[in-house]
Unconditional design. Structure first.
Length: 134
């Protein structure tokens, strides 16, 4: 088993005792992302649409740092403080993902860090590296 810690300055820095992502062989476990702007570490200005967009941008940056993209996501967990915002998640998710879509769960929660309204984490499966024949 090969374990690698993933880090990028293009996504918010960890605000606790965790890594942005951990890669084990071809699987990448992306930690939960809230709508923090990486440069300021403050919540993005705007409504729930702005927050959801920022979360997808953050997940995308971590996925790229791990050598993949959101197209490699096989499982997505969405945490919302208000489940009535779920249609907005679906609408914005359609801008970031193409069929076949990843498996997904949507969970209503009482609160999220920094008073965010949305958090998402993901599992990504990378294709095996192909090396040219010697």
């Amino acid at each position: 088993m090969i374990k690698e810690i993933i880090h990028t300055d293009k996504a918010p820095q960890a605000i606790g005792t965790y890594s942005q992502a951990v890669k084990v062989d071809h699987t990448v476990y992306l930690s939960g992302q809230i709508p923090l702007v990486p440069a300021t570490m403050l919540l993005v200005d705007g409504d729930i649409s702005a927050q959801i967009t920022q979360v997808f941008d953050n997940l995308s940056a971590v996925a790229e740092a791990a050598g993949g993209s959101l197209a490699d996501v096989v499982k997505l967990n969405v945490f919302l403080t208000d489940l009535s915002n779920f249609p907005v998640v679906n609408e914005i998710m359609g801008r970031y993902f193409q069929p076949p879509y990843p498996a997904r769960a949507a969970i209503g929660v009482a609160a999220l860090p920094k008073a965010a309204e949305v958090e998402m984490d993901a599992i990504m499966q990378l294709p095996p590296q192909e090396y040219p024949a010697c």
